[in-house]
Design a binder for this molecule. Sequence first.
Ligand code: G6P
Length: 372
Amino acid sequence: AAADKGGWPSFMAKEVSEEPEAVANTLRGRIRDGQIVIPELDGLDELFASINRVIVIACGTAAYAGMVGKYALEQWTRVPVDVELAHEFRYRDPVIGPDTLVVSISQSGETMDTLMAVKYARDRGARTLSICNTQGATIPRESDAIVYTHAGPEVAVASTKAFLAQITALYLLALHVARVRGSLSADEARLQVLELEAIPAKISRILELEQSRIEQLAYWMADTRSVLFLGRHVGYPIALEGALKLKEISYIHAEGFAAGELKHGPIALIEPGQPVFVIVPSPRESALLHSKVVSNIQEIRARGARVIAVAEEGDVAVLPFADEVLRIPLADPLFEPLLAVVPLHIFAMGLATAKGLDVDQPRNLAKSVTVE
Ligand code: G6P
């Protein structure tokens, strides 16, 4: 049967509404008594114990999921992680071998560059693991191991719910590898598992409390020609994803930056009225980063930027400097991306809708790029 929108105005609206389930379904059956259990990875303990390097390869939104995953993988497993665009990786001479684990991420499992990068890595002796949302797709078939995301079918060209499922799968993988390597104690791992399990309800809370307000904001901003996104640490890839989504479906100039780079260029772009989304780290868990980002906000505000902060509930430090504050529930820093991205998905969708565009079928783009 043809996929149907189930009463939503677009597939994208339906898929954003399914973001809580995308995370919950990717976790389902993989946590037992607070421990990670991934049957697909049985028999790979020796491999996980022996690797000395991880390279994550992907394209588009999946690559941003990889960038988020790097923070958790390195923090928990202590294995060095690089994240590389598949089309860059496959056309250079990367240092890889039997101790390298190449993790590919692809919603469709058919992206040509990602597939060719997996084959390239395999031919050079690396071990390959696929994180994929499509059962039986080509990339998982060409890989040594598979961890499926269970986001359900994604129809809108621009990826939304699959992104959250990809981060979830990477975190499960990171916790599993950390336990195998002994780099994380059972108790520490259990705490992270609890954080993960709490995410779906927190996403639902954002959809409930903030969605209509964000859509209203997008409606007011329908004539905006350019939007900037700033983030730091795990907020940085979220800034990139927020900008990509806006380019893809609303055809306006959007750019994401690492907040720490502000003085190295982007601040020159700030002129009166320039909208800037700022992803603000938790003041409780990362006080230092929080204060740095708040001073970034003050700097751009002083130059006339219109600041839209994505900040934790209860963070009052941003109030005097932000024109709008979009609230996300409290979470440990590594888990904030799974929350902070939700308002950005809603905003992109709201702005494209306000402009009267087809959010599911943006011009010039394909759901899966199976050609070079
Ligand atoms: C296309 C889609 C994006 C997606 C990217 C990677 O560009 O429009 O939404 O992120 O491909 O796709 P994949 O299926 O490999 O995750």
